[in-house]
Every structure is written in C-alpha cells, then in structure tokens.
Design a binder for this molecule. Structure first.
Ligand code: MGD
Ligand code: MGD
Ligand code: SF4
Ligand code: MO
Length: 856
C-alpha cells in the first residue's frame, strides 16, 4: 500500500456481481470520504444502486475486529498465527490431510482466494476447501461445464441492451442486480418494442416492470423450458406449470420469433435440488436456436457476490482444482509442477453441505472460515451451529468482532475490509476490476492473503508463500492460467502476465494479449469439449426434494431485500438502508393469511421440522397462494429469532451439491403478543430472552422493535434495561397499556421506550431526530413522550426512495394532488427515483395503483 493516500481512488463496489466501478474521494484529511459511481467503468458508467451509494456510511470502525483474539482474550499476531498453524499441522499429522477444511467466500478477492486454494490443494494435500458460492451458483458452474465443456459465461452486459427480448428466470434483478436492471430499463425506454418476461412464482419489483410475468409453480422451471424447447423444435407439447395457457403461448411465440433473446437467471434456478438440470434446460433453448455468443443474445447467469467469478477462476470450489482445471491426472500433474507442490490433492474434496456434515460427525478436526457467516447462511443453520460448537478447533477470518459464526470460533483473525484491502474481483460478465484501498489499515487488521501466507509459512511452506504483495499473487495466478494452455482452456490471462498491477483497467477475460479483452465467447461456434462441440442435455424434470404435507402445508421461499446485504454486517450499519425494511417480514397471500389467522403487521411463528422463527406479517397479493417469502438477512445480532436457514433441510443437487434454499415446507401460526414496543437507544441494550425484537440502525442510535407475551411493570422495566440514573420523563396509562419513557443524560437524549397494547408500525421520527441534538430544552422534553410529533401526526411512513428519504405518503399525495402519471414526473417533483433508480419499480407500482380504473 502506498505511504501517502491519494485523495481520489478508483475502486469497485464490494456488493453484488454487477461489479460497479466506484470513485472514493475527499477534499482533504479532515473531510469525509464521498463515494460516487465511476463514469468510466464499463459495468455501470457512473450509476450506483442504493447500497453502493451508501458505502461511505458503512466504513466506520464500530464493531470491527481490530486485533487477533484467542477465545475472549486479545492476542498478538505471532501467537495467534502460531496456534493456527500448530493446530492444522497437528490434525494433519495425526488424522491426515482430509481432517482439516477451509470454508471460504465469494467476498474474498482473487488473490486471497488463490492463496487459500494453493495452500489446501497443493500443500496440505486435500481438496477440502469449499465456498459459499456452493450455495450461490455452483449449479450454473456444473450446467456450463456439462453444456460447454468449461465454466464459461458466453455474453456481456451490452447484450442486455441490444436484445429485443430479455427473459429473467428466478432473478429479482431490480433489487439484486439493480444497475444491470437499470441498464435494461433504460434500453427499453429507448426502444419500447423491446420486451421483458419475468419467470418467478412471486410478483417481485422486477416482475412489476415486465411485459409478461409467469408466476409459475415453485420448482417447475425445467418443465417450462423443456416445453419451450419442444415448441422450438416444432413438437407438440402439453404442460402444467400453474399459469394460464395464453401466457405460455405468448411467451413461447415471443421466444421463438425473437432472434435477439437473452435469458438471465439467478437463484430461483440455481438454489434447487435439480438446479444443474434447470440451467441446462435454459441453455438448451439457446443452443437449439443458435442464439449464443452473438450480440444481443445468449444464456446469461447473473452472479451474486462481487467475486463469485474470481472464486470459480482460481478453483475455490472443492470439485475444481485451479484456473478452470479439474482433477484429471494431467491437470493434477500440471498444477503440481507449476506450484512445485509439496503434496497435491488428487481428488475433489467435500462440498459445503457435506463439509459441515463431516464437521458434525467429528471428521474435521480443524476448520478455517473466511469471509462468510455459515451459522446464518447454510441450510440446517441450527445443525451447522452445533457442528461448529463441537469442532475441536475453529478459526475465523473476519472484519467484524461479532457475527453468529464468529461467536463459535476459537480464534478470530482481523481482516481488512473494503476500502482498506487491495486486489482484484471478476464480475458477472467476466470483467476483472481492481479493488484499491483508500483507507489506512485500522488496528492490526491485515489482508486475507497475508494471513493465509503467514500460516502457510509456519506450516513449513515458506518458499511457496513468499509473496511481497497482492500484485505478486495476481501475477502468479495469471501465469498459471497461461501455463501449458495452448487454447485448451477458456480462462487465459496471459495478456496480463507482467502487467502494471496498479494500472490494470477493467478488462474481460480471456486476455490473450495485453489490453485485449473478450466481450463474447463461442462466436466461432467452438466450445471446450474435446470435440469442440456443445452438448444439449436431455433433462427429465424433477420436483423439489420435499413435498408439502399436512404438518407443513406452505412452501417457504427465501431471498433478498432491496437495501440489505446478506447477514447485514455492513449494510446493517446504515440508517438510510434500514429505512426500507426495518424488520424481518413474512410475505403472505391474503387468502393464506385468512386461512392461518395471520393479521397484517402482526407476528407469525414459522416452523420447520426442527426449528422456528418469528417474523412480522406483511400481506402481499403478489405471493402465490400456498407460498410465503422471508428475507435471509436477519440473524442473532439483529433479531431475536429470524434465521430462516434453520427451517430449511439440506437437500442438494446431485451434480452441483447446491442446496435447495427456495422451497422448504413450513407451518405458520399467529403469535399473540400482550404488548408491542419501539425502543431507541444510543447504547447496546440487554433484553429479556423471551421477547421478540428486531434491531435497525438509526443516526446516533439503534432502533429495536419489540413484542412480548406478558405485560411488565413498565417504569421499572424501562429503568432496568436502559439505566436508572439520569433524568426520566414518563407517561403511563396503565389501564390501556400505554407507556412512554425517555431518559436524558446530561441534558442529552439517551434512550426512549414506547409501549402499546397492540401491534403498530408507529415510528417516532421526531424523537429519532432528537438524538442528534446536544441538549433537549425545557419545552421540547414533553414532546419526547408525546404519542405524536409536535404539530402533526405523521405515523410511520414506508420509505420508498432511500436516497432522498421520500416516503410512500408523500408520493401518493403528490400523485393525487398533481395528477402525476409517470416516474419522471414523480422524480421532477420529489426527486424520488432520480439518483440510483432502485425504487423505480416501486414508483411504477404506486403509480399503477393510483391510476384511474376503467369502469366496466
Ligand atoms: N439487495 C441485495 N442484492 C444482492 C444480494 C443481497 O444480499 N442483497 N446478494 C447478492 C447475491 S450473493 C446473490 S446470489 C444475488 C441473488 O439474486 P436473485 O437470485 O435475484 O435473488 P433472490 O432473492 O435470492 O431470488 C430470486 C428470485 O427467485 C425466485 N424463485 C424462488 N423459487 C423459484 C422457482 O422455483 N422458480 C423461479 N423461476 N424463481 C423462483 C424468488 O421468488 C426470488 O424473487 O443477489 C446479489 N445481490
Ligand atoms: N435460505 C437462504 N440461504 C441462503 C441464500 C438464500 O437465498 N436463501 N443465499 C445463499 C447465497 S447465494 C449466498 S452468496 C450466501 C451468503 O451468505 P454469507 O456469505 O454467509 O453472508 P455474508 O453476510 O455476506 O457473510 C460475509 C462475512 O464476511 C465478512 N467479510 C466481509 N468482507 C470480508 C473480507 O474482506 N475478509 C474477511 N475475512 N471477511 C469479510 C462479513 O463481515 C460477513 O460476516 O447465503 C446463502 N444462503
Ligand atoms: S448494482 Fe449496486 S450493489 Fe451491485 S455492484 Fe453496483 S452499486 Fe454495488
Ligand atoms: Mo450468492
């Protein structure tokens, strides 16, 4: 890292696989960093979504892990690294190389990933290194390899703009790949004839923007695409996927008639016990029509994490060796010679779900987790926790001091975070971009690759892990991709060998000569099977592994919210991002709500065979009947019991090993609470275990939403949780069950608690604002415990535009009062939707709802 920090740094967003270029800038040392989209980056041309726009709010050091920890004791690096090396070496000596494992992540940089893979597969001699990408796109990898002979993404983002038909299958890109989705919508605005079809059991924000939405029965995608293939071949077809026939006819004829078609997919396809087959049914339709490798057409998997692709490249999956080579004898020999390996792994290792099963069976004696939170994100999360607890030695490399997984580790190693670390990532269109640091390394945190190399040296492999910096690792990786390649492997970075690392510009692989990237693959009709041809796989569709039964009559679908990232370790810090969805919700069709006695805004207990969670009910007519949806983000740090992974059995795809995370049978029941509350506090609060709670970030404070099954002596309870001393201002109506209390310390607001006898989405915005003030003056004090804001009663309003903090009520009022009829008009009046554009789908839905209905 440079000694002096430049004041403008070009880097890459650390969230989704779109891989947007970001510029971090500040005027001088005393100014705050500002983050903006990089107008020159070819993934986003200056756009950022709301998560990217809020990056500067997430770089604070609160809650960061800044020193190595052995148990609960702070340790220096040397004893911590010595201990890790010693425990791994001892396990290997006593029980063999397969008794240890790494579980890594698509949020590592390519250099980190390369180092971890090299240590495990070339020097420990096991392939027990797997990644959270197993849960994310391993079905796509397997589907690509079966069809193309290599894990190759054929196209690029420009194809989405050139296409006349864009089909999104199991992808909520409006929320999960917002900048790519904005590019599609912008193209459609320029060329209104372009069509968008969305295949998703629920009506998502993405579906709101579609010309046609096929709300198919969950898990029936292979039936749909098999039938499409038959239609393209002119065969007779019959199918039942739970949508009206005329919609299918429409989709099939659009697909058949539109040469420039791109089919995008994501987790609705991949996270399935037959995900690999589903991927290949989609690819089949493109191979059948020859729509691949040419501008405006192709099958296109959207990758989730910022470096999911980089992980695939270096070999981060247990069944791949390195640099797109597998475990065939020639590859093992080639990589072994290149690495000068002490002990090469010769066969695939354990895939994520099996790996954690091996941990629970006591077969893994030492486990190292890097940049992922398996205690939340794996299926059977409850069993994963028990397994980690029972494992003799667990190490975690983390940026955060406290995560659900870090709580289960014997050793915690502090990793540099985004903005501090240095390396490369690859996005969904094979584009390699640099991540560059602009912040000084805090505390004793170090880059992940450095930590791995230090352990490797202590295990006796000093010569092979002697890199001076991340750039040296990248260069070694590029040389491996070129090593004895001769055009046999798609991944070839020979044109980047010896490149000036600091100056690398975003470029799409393969890069066979300096500065020459590759936008599209397969344009020449040549694939990577030995005969140079692609394969069309014959697929027999299979339903989800577990059917519903009387005890578990609903299907639980799980996925993402617009403004949170995974287990919330970073996005959870931003008040702006918290506003869109402050609590873990359960989306339920109105008829299912009636059937199971659930009320909008009430609480529901959602149960699987072993565990249950408690979520806030949101009635949503966009759900399919019989299916409920819950977000994956909340965990033990942010809610009392919302880890949905504990409800999901780990049924996996037999080829890819990817677990079925979208179709879990569950039961729901209303949870009656005696009281509901909102608590705002500057400091952490210890609440009774029996409560429901969910925590969100506020400015200068946190907000907890609470509920409990039996009433309390509120004035006493409030003081017990929030502190007796200081000055208390209170309002109590014991008969009706209302309590409001505020605590001031040295004249400054410290905490407030509001209690109601019923469920309410009440949000004391005016009290939240008071946390920003140095002192609360006489007259103002009473307003803290008033049930409504001074001079008006704006109850809680849903934030729609997080960039400009515009709420639903204001948007509805503006549409009604000024007869607005387009997103552009709403933007002109309120600014909503004019920055990142993430809320445009919601604005459209609000406009549609407000539009005058035709009288029949
Ligand atoms: N805001 C935000 N963005 C993110 C992330 C995040 O955490 N937050 N994470 C990133 C990562 S790692 C990933 S992998 C991507 C995921 O991006 P997406 O895959 O787009 O997101 P999900 O919400 O997991 O699921 C997509 C959709 O699959 C649908 N689905 C469920 N079952 C079926 C089915 O049987 N068939 C079909 N056709 N569809 C089905 C769901 O209803 C859901 O709308 O997002 C990335 N971007
Ligand atoms: N039910 C259900 N479960 C799912 C999914 C679903 O749709 N439904 N989706 C799956 C998918 S697609 C994914 S990708 C996973 C994601 O699941 P996880 O990977 O478990 O989620 P994250 O919160 O992203 O965890 C990343 C962790 O790494 C830390 N971290 C961030 N940057 C760095 C770094 O540079 N170095 C180190 N050492 N640590 C870092 C963060 O603080 C955080 O704790 O969840 C999967 N689980
Ligand atoms: S779309 Fe948003 S989250 Fe994804 S890379 Fe771009 S700015 Fe980051
Ligand atoms: Mo993912």
């Amino acid at each position: 890292m440079a000694d002096t920090m430049p004041e403008i740094v070009r880097t890459t967003c650390p969230y989704c696989g779109v891989g947007c270029g970001v510029i971090a800038a500040r005027l001088d040392d005393s100014a705050e960093w500002v983050v903006k989209g990089d107008p020159e980056h070819p993934a986003n041309f200056g756009r950022l979504c709301v998560k990217g726009s809020a990056l500067a709010e997430t770089i604070g050091l609160d809650g960061r892990l800044l020193h190595p920890m052995i148990g609960t004791e702070r340790a220096a690096w040397k004893p911590a690294l010595d201990l890790v090396a010693e425990k791994f070496s001892a396990a290997i000596a006593e029980h063999g190389p397969d008794s240890v494992a790494f579980y890594v992540s698509g949020q590592l940089l390519t250099e980190d990933y390369y180092a971890a893979n090299k240590l495990m597969k070339g020097f420990i001699g096991s392939a027990n290194i797997d990644t959270n990408s197993r849960l994310c796109m391993s079905s796509t990898v397997a589907g690509h390899v079966r069809a193309f002979g290599a894990d190759t993404v054929p196209g690029c983002y420009e194809d989405l703009e050139l296409a006349d038909l864009v089909v999104l299958v199991g992808s909520n890109a409006a929320w999960c790949h917002p900048v790519v989705f904005q590019r599609i919508l912008a193209a459609k605005t320029r060329r209104p004839d372009m069509r968008i079809v969305v295949v998703d059991p629920r009506r998502t924000s993405t579906a709101e923007c579609a010309d046609l939405h096929l709300a198919i029965r969950p898990g029936s995608d292979a039936v749909l695409f098999n039938a499409l293939l038959a239609h393209l071949r002119g065969e007779e077809t019959e199918l039942d996927v739970g949508v009206p026939l005329e919609q299918l006819v429409q989709f099939f004829s659009w697909f058949a008639d539109t040469e420039k078609t791109v089919t995008l997919w994501s987790q609705g396809i991949n996270q399935s016990s037959s995900g690999t087959d589903k991927v290949d049914t989609i690819i089949n339709c493109h191979l059948q029509t020859g729509r691949i490798g040419r501008p405006g057409m192709g099958p296109f998997s959207l990758t989730g994490q910022p470096n999911a692709m980089g992980g695939r490249e270096v070999g981060g999956l247990a069944n791949m060796l390195a640099a797109h080579m597998g475990f065939d004898e020639a590859s093992v020999d080639r990589v072994g010679r290149f690495w000068n390996a002490a002990r090469m792994a010769t066969r695939p290792g354990l895939k994520a779900v099996d790996l954690f099963r091996a941990v629970s069976e006591g077969k893994i004696k030492a486990l190292w987790v890097m940049a992922t939170n398996p205690a939340v994100s794996l299926p059977e999360a409850d069993l994963v926790r028990a397994a980690m607890q029972a494992c003799p030695f667990v190490v975690i490399s983390e940026c955060e001091a406290d995560t659900d997984s870090a709580r289960l580790a014997h050793v915690r190693l502090p990793a540099l975070a985004w903005g501090e670390k240095e390396g490369t990532v690859t996005n969904s269109e094979r584009r390699i971009s640099r991540q560059r640091p602009f912040l000084a390394a805090p505390g004793e945190a170090r880059g992940d690759w450095w930590i791995i190399a230090q352990v490797a040296r202590r295990m006796g492999f000093a010569d092979s892990f002697a890199w001076p910096d991340a750039g040296a690792i990248f260069d070694e990786f590029c040389r491996l991709t070129a090593f004895e390649n001769h055009g046999t492997r798609d991944l070839d970075l020979s044109g980047l060998v010896g490149a000036d690392y600091q100056a690398i510009e975003p470029i799409q692989w393969p890069v066979t000569s300096p500065g020459q990237g590759t936008a599209r693959m397969f344009a020449d009709g040549r694939f990577f099977h030995p005969d140079g041809k692609a394969r069309m796989l014959e697929i027999t569709p299979r339903p989800p592994a577990r059917a519903t039964d009387e005890a578990f009559p609903l299907i639980l679908n799980t996925g993402r919210m617009r403004d949170q990232w995974h287990t919330m370790t970073r996005t959870g810090r931003s008040p702006r991002l918290a506003a869109h969805a402050p609590e873990p919700a359960l989306l339920v069709h109105p008829k299912d709500a009636a059937r199971f006695g659930l009320a909008d805004g009430g609480l529901a207990r959602v149960s699987g065979a072993r565990a249950s969670v408690v979520l806030r009910v949101a009635i949503d007519s966009g759900q399919r009947l019989g299916e409920v949806f819950a977000p994956i983000h909340w965990n033990d740090r942010t809610a009392s019991g919302a880890v949905v992974g504990s409800l999901i059995d780990a049924a996996t795809d037999p080829v890819s090993g990817q677990p079925e995370l979208k179709q879990a049978p569950v039961m729901v029941a209303p949870l009656s609470a005696a009281w509901h509350g909102v608590l705002l506090s500057r400091n952490p609060v210890e609440l009774p275990r029996s409560f429901y709670w969910a925590k969100a970030a506020g400015t200068g404070h946190s907000v907890w939403r609470l509920a409990g099954e039996s009433g309390e002596d509120w004035p006493a309870a409030a003081k017990q949780w929030l502190g007796k001393d200081g000055e208390w201002i209170e309002f109590l109506d014991p008969n009706r069950g209302h309590y409001r209390g505020a605590r001031l310390v040295d004249g400054r607001l410290d905490a407030v608690l509001f209690v109601f006898p019923w469920a309410t989405d009440f949000s004391p915005d005016w009290v939240a604002a008071a946390f920003g003030r140095a002192a609360i003056l006489g007259d103002e004090r009473a307003t803290l415990v008033a049930g409504a804001p001074p001079g008006g009663d704006r109850g809680r309003d849903k934030t729609v535009c997080a960039c400009f903090n515009v709420g639903l009520a204001a948007i509805r009022a503006a549409i009604g009062n000024h007869r607005l009829s387009s997103v552009a008009e709403v933007g002109a009046m309120l600014k909503a939707g004019t920055n990142c554009g993430s809320c445009i789908p919601e604005l459209r839905a609000i406009l549609a709802e407000a539009a005058p209905k035709k009288v029949a």
